[in-house]
Design a protein around this ligand. Structure first.
Ligand code: NAG
Ligand code: NAG
Ligand code: NAG
Ligand code: NAG
Ligand code: NAG
Ligand code: NAG
Ligand code: NAG
Length: 315
């Protein structure tokens, strides 16, 4: 049953997209970061995505970044890259690399124009954590798993800019009467209506052979990261961004995973090893979740090799 996504991928490409997940914080640190890492790593094989997790800013150098189809910032805070590292990320994005941001990914690199173009808007403030009702605006892989009105306990972010100014299409908004705005802006900002909560950018404005971008402001708590609907939302957005096919895993571009099927086993077991050192095990619940284990990663790898072998025979 799990083989289906692998077969689907193999018919399109001979490599699994590899995504660098960056969780470095120099300001506020979310205690849900280990849960986020565990959720991403345990669900990666289901979606045929290989994750590497890091808080090491030296990864942001041309050669290192060129191995990745996507960069994912999860709950980062403040100035998590220096100038040359920001420049390397800008070159990466202009080379077709994909950007995905989750939650306080919008609360870092405040003076980086290219980062703003990738993430869409910078965080201003949020009212206290409380239940709120989020409303789906558009049908998209990131929103199709969601109910039309989705009420749960989550932070409602306010912005310093309108992401629509960065060519964003807003996917989710919030019902303003569903929560109490008990905090104040840090400036005199406007961010347009409806209130942006999650969005995608088909053609980010940094130029070059751009890859797609996806951002969601949800993802504050462990409960959110264990919610199957949220997991499907994040993976829907990530897969949509990768499916822009601007990278090597999709047979295009100059960045991304160019390992052929002969190396699939190595790359998938590498993912499991990375996950086991950086993530504490959790038991995610919900339809999109899947237990995490190295053995499972290897069995998926074997399936991928079998699938690829089948394909090669046909070809
Ligand atoms: C969230 O989970 C982490 C472990 O993954 C734990 O350390 C932290 O205390 C949890 N946070 C809350 C609020 O329960
Ligand atoms: C990234 O590349 C630089 C320069 O090539 C190297 O010094 C550094 O160790 C690399 N970082 C990682 C995490 O691989
Ligand atoms: C961003 O730029 C402003 C204006 O030049 C400066 O005051 C501020 O210190 C900078 N912030 C960071 C984090 O570099
Ligand atoms: C959007 O962009 C326009 C023109 O580029 C600018 O005048 C306006 O201030 C921007 N608005 C926001 C909220 O960023
Ligand atoms: C906020 O900005 C708007 C338009 O940019 C302006 O009309 C208003 O006076 C400003 N308010 C404050 C308190 O500065
Ligand atoms: C993959 O890309 C690297 C450069 O990043 C290159 O050295 C290597 O030869 C490529 N491998 C294949 C199989 O194309
Ligand atoms: C497969 O991976 C190994 C080790 O990472 C590397 O030495 C070898 O060149 C790779 N083969 C191909 C075809 O990319």
């Amino acid at each position: 049953m799990r083989l289906k996504p692998i077969f689907a991928l193999m018919s399109l490409a001979l490599a699994i997209p590899r995504v660098l997940v960056y969780t470095r914080t120099l300001g506020y640190r979310h205690d849900s970061i280990p849960t986020a890492i565990a959720t991403l790593s345990s669900n990666g094989p289901t979606h045929s995505i290989e994750f590497e997790f890091t808080e090491d800013p030296t990864q942001f150098a041309d050669e290192n970044l060129s191995r990745f189809d996507g960069i994912m910032f999860v709950s980062t805070s403040e100035e998590v890259l220096n100038g040359p590292q920001q420049d390397a990320m800008a070159r990466y994005l202009r080379s077709g690399g994909v950007y995905v941001g989750v939650h306080s990914a919008s609360a870092c690199l405040y003076n980086d124009t290219v980062y703003l173009q990738a993430v869409g808007a910078y965080f201003d403030y949020h009212p206290s954590l409380q239940p709120a009702t989020f409303i789906r605006l558009t049908s998209h892989p990131a929103t199709s798993p969601l109910p039309d009105r989705w009420t749960f306990t989550e932070e409602v972010y306010y912005w310093r800019q309108d992401p629509r100014n960065q060519s964003a299409t807003i996917l989710l908004t919030v019902e303003e009467g569903s929560y109490i705005n008990d905090a104040a802006s840090t400036g005199n900002y406007t961010f347009g209506s409806p209130h942006p909560i999650a969005w995608f950018i088909e053609n980010p404005q940094y130029g070059g052979k751009v890859g797609r971008s996806f951002y969601t402001s949800l993802g504050h708590t462990n409960e959110t990261w264990n919610d199957g609907i949220f997991i499907a939302h994040v993976f829907g957005g990530l897969k949509w961004a990768l499916d822009g096919a601007t990278t090597r895993a999709y047979g295009a571009g100059v960045v991304g995973n160019n390992d052929t099927v002969a190396n699939v086993s190595g790359s998938v077991s590498g993912t499991s090893a990375a996950a086991s050192t950086s993530a504490s095990p959790v038991s995610p619940s919900g339809p999109a979740s899947q237990p995490s284990s190295g053995a499972q990663g290897l069995s998926v790898a074997s399936a991928a090799i079998a699938a690829a072998a089948g394909l090669l025979t046909i070809l």
